[in-house]
Design a protein. Structure first.
Ligand SMILES: [Mn+2]
Ligand SMILES: [Mn+2]
Ligand SMILES: [Mn+2]
Ligand SMILES: [Mn+2]
Lengths: 242, 242
DNA sequence: ATAAATTTTTAGACAAATCTAAATTATAAT
DNA sequence: ATTATAATTTAGATTTGTCTAAAAATTTAT
């Protein structure tokens, strides 16, 4: 339940002459980001429950927020009909993704974080409001195109870098071999495990055998390490065929 | 008006084994920081109105929050009696000051911000929760002792660097000359003005004349620039006698 | 096509942080 | 020592984002 709605026009940076059209809360930003990442790369229709699960909150709360974001014209939403970002909502979501991935890159490249330590901090840093900051950070990092997990970083205009056609390890056939290009889940448990078994961006993985019972696969990592990967893990690993 | 109170025990970083004793909100952190800076360096008693003015909110709101912080044992507060930080409250406040000043240093030293552009961004960054982040940032910046405005940065144990005895430009006599060591106000309007008249950390300022009517002073900056400084400005400038 | 299960929305409540208006306490002025 | 003024606190309301329980709509299964 919520009632009115009004737009707040505020200075972004005191130093900036520009005004932000809509000052969004930390929470609203997170909703937009989640909707974007659930629908990426095809702007799929997302359900209330999808969002509730991802944010680990009650679907009732999501319904309320969707109404609000719809009024702000950041999403297209009609009761029971699912939700889709508007162009404006998508633009904001991409900005947040950009900030998240730039901060992760900063933490790894400059502060020597390991790839499993960065996500939670970036979840906070992505909400810092300063266009100057993100512009300068981008240059400081030499305009990176991919984050520490191989995920693409949109440029200042919201354009994602063009990438080779990635295929999921999970969808490879026996004897096929890929070079790892990205991990599509930043959870520290997964990333720590991958480090343990020597999987990182750039290594090769060859499929030896597929077990149809649990959809696990036997693989050779970097030509020298035999490991069995569960479906949950293999579907998070993407790369190019070698 | 507020009701209950309970402590939330939460992981600080997912990577950390340590627990934070009290998870404070952004707002609570700001109250502690303000109380600290208003009472620094002598732990003076601070009034409700002081805080309300600084935060630009209603004194009634401050009263509520003081009750809450008192219950959390972060301040010593009794109705109508003013407020003082407890040791625990002071420790947290110093941590926030540390983070603020380290971020300002980062922005100037690494991202080429000017000294008048950093404060507002640091107000946001100081609330990022990650002990690993601040430890790494500190080392990345080579353990700086002073921020871009010459303000001391507490070390990892909350100890401020020992400094030469600073005197306020405002309290100098005619013909005295100081070297600027710190500016005790980070507002961009002041800092931009100081840049315009070539005042920065390290420059010399010699007092030529004091105007008893409005307490303005005529000074020579770096031996070559005559300027008249208002009381509001001269009382923000500190340095050592030359 | 109807019933059962699932998803989504509404209704009503609550906690945090703020506000305004009114009451209370403290301080300053006569 | 009263009175006037200023500072502070209480009372009650509001906004945001959440919750639980119940109602409504949609989807799935029979
Ligand atoms: Mn991440
Ligand atoms: Mn990532
Ligand atoms: Mn500052
Ligand atoms: Mn500063």
């Amino acid at each position: 339940m919520f009632t009115p709605l009004f737009y707040v026009y505020l200075l972004n940076d005191t130093q900036d002459i520009f005004y932000r059209f809509k000052m969004l809360s930390y929470t609203e930003e997170n909703y937009l980001k989640i909707i974007f990442s659930l629908s990426y790369p095809n702007s799929l229709e997302i359900t209330t429950n999808d969002i509730a699960k991802k944010l680990e909150i009650n679907p009732a709360s999501v319904s309320d927020m969707l109404k609000k974001l719809n009024q702000k014209k950041l999403i297209d939403y009609a009761k029971y009909q699912g939700v889709r970002l508007t162009n404006e909502g998508k633009k904001i979501a991409i900005e947040i993704v950009r900030k998240h991935r730039l901060w992760e890159t900063f933490l790894v490249d400059k502060l020597n974080f390991s790839w499993d330590e960065v996500h939670d901090v970036a979840e906070q840093l992505e909400h810092i409001q300063s266009s100057l900051l993100i512009e300068r950070l981008y240059k400081f990092l030499d305009c990176p195109k991919f984050d520490p997990h191989g995920e693409p970083i949109p440029d200042e205009h919201g354009e994602f870098p063009v990438t080779e056609n990635l295929i999921c390890l999970n969808s490879c056939k026996n004897q096929q071999k890929i070079q790892v290009k990205s991990i599509t889940d930043d959870s520290s448990a997964l990333l720590q495990y991958l480090s343990k078994i020597s999987v990182s961006i750039g290594v090769s993985i060859e499929i030896c055998d597929k077990n149809s019972y649990d959809n696990s696969i036997d693989v050779i990592i970097n030509e020298n390490k035999n490991v069995t990967l569960s479906k949950e893990i293999s579907e998070k690993i993407y790369g190019v065929l070698l």
